[in-house]
Design a protein around this ligand. Sequence first.
Ligand SMILES: [Zn+2]
Length: 340
Amino acid sequence: MKKVKLVIYRVAKWTGIFHLFRKLTQNKLRILCYHGVSLDKEHDFFDKLFITKSTYEKRMKYLEKAQYPVVSLESAVKSLADESYPKCATVITFDDGWSGVHSEISDTMEEHNFPWTLYISTYYMNKQTQVFNIVFQFLLGTSSVDRASIILPGQETEQTFPLSSQSDKDNFYHSVSEAVYANMSAEERQTFLEQLALTLKVDASWIFSNGCFKYITTEQLKELFKRGVDMQLHTHRHIFPPENLEKSETEIVENRNEIERLIDNTTNHFCYPSGVYDKSQFLLLEKLGIDSATTVKNGLNDKNTNKYELYRFLDSESIQQIEFEAELCGFASFVRKVLR
Ligand SMILES: [Zn+2]
């Protein structure tokens, strides 16, 4: 399917259809979504979550060369109602706060003079431990052992888990995660990750020694803010449960307090963690004075788009350059509608 799509894109580009679609969609707003930038080989395993510095730089060069004006999220949201942003305006957003946004791409953004927004979840920034579930997924996904013997946190006796099929691995993942999150602090989880790497016989030294899968520090957040990066909300613990409005509110308030104590600005834009939300949460966003919320749904935005359901295009190492170009010109949205 992907191969067919790529052929269609290439033909469309060569025959001028990309150019035509860009004209047809020039009044729509594009929002790009990124997550992590690799410090090492994170993208080899998480190619939808991470992008390499070199691929990212290619994308930024393309935006400049193809003349997609990069505008700030704030100005784009303000001009959405009358579509008064520049033609083909593009917003760049990063989710979560992975440390590569500071060390790998902040200079590139300054060189291009591109404004960008960082939606940050503050819990892992404050803790400065590696993100447990991501590192655990890597360890389990790359392990070749067919069983693992381990004392689960909160238990006293060792258990042996088979790991020969995907459902065995899923079972192990859920049992361990449940026990870990119920019984361990972030610091204890960090030590346990190193134990898991030994049990699963995975060489994860590159992860631990290079500080991969960590978030930026509070000092780095302050520095990025001073350099003009727009810091916005993504909840404190990366959860926004639609069934629990009280918890949803606490998550945003805590996140906002944590960000605003570090920067001399207010936060008024939000990004749903993992793209999970329900329309019943819109009233809460209104109450908290939030001016926009971005999803992980693909598409372009215009005056008819709900400000709490903004579409984005998720770019990563798994996306080929031609796909990126197809999304920007609006042809990819058209193809999705036709194939639906
Ligand atoms: Zn996120």
